[in-house]
Design a protein around this ligand. Structure first.
Ligand SMILES: Nc1ncnc2c1ncn2[C@@H]1O[C@H](COP(=O)(O)OP(=O)(O)OP(=O)(O)O)[C@@H](O)[C@H]1O
Length: 387
């Protein structure tokens, strides 16, 4: 076994449990993106692998070797932090080559690796400058380059693109993936940006309050979220949530939303059998909610809605709508407290003239809904695979 990462690791800091029995292991050449909101334990996980933080229980493995009690300096880890500190008295070329020289690599190899990575990251023209003569974004790139010139046993990147502009972020994250693949090392990449995570990961691990909520391929988290937390965290625009009641009549199941019933065109699916007559939460992705005029899908039902906000992206308008669900409004549950009905997102054509407060009709197809238990948040049913 050549896995790298943490196995059953718990970390307690200042009386608080920061990681709880976390197991996350990457294969050689695999890029795992660690996602999670602020304070969920992402940085701690990386620091534990690097040996910068100790564990209360569990084991740290690097390429199959137990390193839990090995000092950081002996773990052959290359790590990039957001705003990595560079050595201020050395120019960029020497900053890039620093760790290789510390390892007493032959000078010709150091030069070759430094110039290669500098070309790749478009840093060649900066090689003679000191960190004080660089912009924040350029310093960030040098920090990334310094890690990528190494041949580590594991690559750890903590929000590495934080200092870069939007165009650089896309370019540099491609370079990082390319280098990680060419080195064939396991890579852990921390970000709080789900879109970035989905774009580059072989697998995504979503952390919440020190626990892994779900780990899997990006598509698995998007298409088969285990609960409402994952469903809401992954995907932009955010998944729309609609309180409903599962009903069954004449052997046909459907979801009651206000006065309308969204038919499922089949008997109650087995995972929903215990929920007939009870509240559920429907999760609908924006690509499954259509403006009624464009809705040619015969299985879809039109719902009245009011536009709550519009975001123009160039390719389309991302429109959030409030769906009213009175009078048979189940309300309560995880979505409780707010107005009746729920908020859905939909893509409207880019030239559509649409404003907050407009009344619109949208169509939804109940067979495309994710179904959640409002009491526990757990997913009960996902729509069938499109492919
Ligand atoms: N030295 C410490 N003592 C006690 N608690 C700490 C210490 N350092 C971090 N924590 C707590 O551990 C939790 C996880 O912190 P961590 O930095 O790993 O989160 P994160 O997911 O990387 O957050 P962010 O996205 O904001 O960087 C937080 O609740 C934080 O307050």
């Amino acid at each position: 076994m050549t896995d790298t990462g943490v196995d059953g690791v718990t970390v307690v800091r200042g009386g608080a449990t920061v990681l709880r029995d976390v197991t996350l292991l990457a294969a050689d050449g695999e890029l795992i993106v660690v996602l999670g909101s602020s304070g969920s334990g992402k940085t701690t996980l990386l620091r534990v692998v690097a040996g910068l933080d100790g564990v209360s229980s569990g084991e740290v493995l690097i390429r199959g070797r137990r390193v839990t009690r090995l000092p950081s300096g002996e773990r052959h880890v290359a790590m990039v932090f957001q705003s990595s500190a560079l050595l201020p008295f050395l120019d960029v070329a020497h900053n890039l080559g620093w760790s290789l020289r510390v390892q007493h690599r032959p000078e010709a190899e150091v030069q070759e690796r430094v110039s290669g990575r500098a070309r790749q990251l478009r840093l060649s023209r900066l090689l003679g400058r000191r960190p004080g003569q660089l912009s924040g974004g350029e310093r960030g790139l040098v920090g990334i380059g310094r890690a990528l010139v190494q041949v580590p046993d594991v690559l750890l990147l903590d929000e590495p693109l934080g200092d870069l502009d939007a165009v650089q972020r896309v370019e540099v994250r491609r370079q990082i993936v390319e280098v990680a693949r060419s080195l064939g090392v396991p890579t852990f990449y921390v970000t709080h940006d789900p879109a970035e995570g989905l774009a580059i990961a072989d697998r995504v691990a979503l952390l919440h309050e020190g626990r892994i909520v779900q780990v899997g391929r990006p598509r698995e988290l998007y298409e088969r979220p285990v609960d409402l937390f994952v469903a809401e965290f992954i995907g932009a625009p955010q998944i729309g949530l609609l309180p409903a009641r599962l009903v069954s009549a004449g052997g046909q199941a459907g979801f009651r939303v206000g006065a309308r019933t969204l038919p499922l065109w089949q008997a109650v699916p087995p995972p929903l059998l215990g929920h007939v007559g009870r509240e559920v939460v429907l999760g609908l992705r924006a690509e499954d909610v259509h403006p009624a005029e464009a809705g040619r899908d015969p299985d879809a039902v039109a719902l009245d809605a009011v536009v709550s906000h519009v975001e123009y992206t160039g390719r389309q308008n991302v429109v959030a709508v409030q769906v009213e669900a009175a009078p048979d409004d189940p309300g309560g549950g995880l979505l409780g407290g707010g107005p009746s009905g729920g908020t859905l997102h939909s893509f409207f054509p880019p030239r559509a003239v649409i404003r907050s407060g407009d009344a619109v009709r949208i169509t939804v197809d109940a067979t495309r809904a994710h179904v959640f238990d409002p009491a526990t948040g757990r997913a009960l049913l996902h729509p069938p695979d499109r492919s």
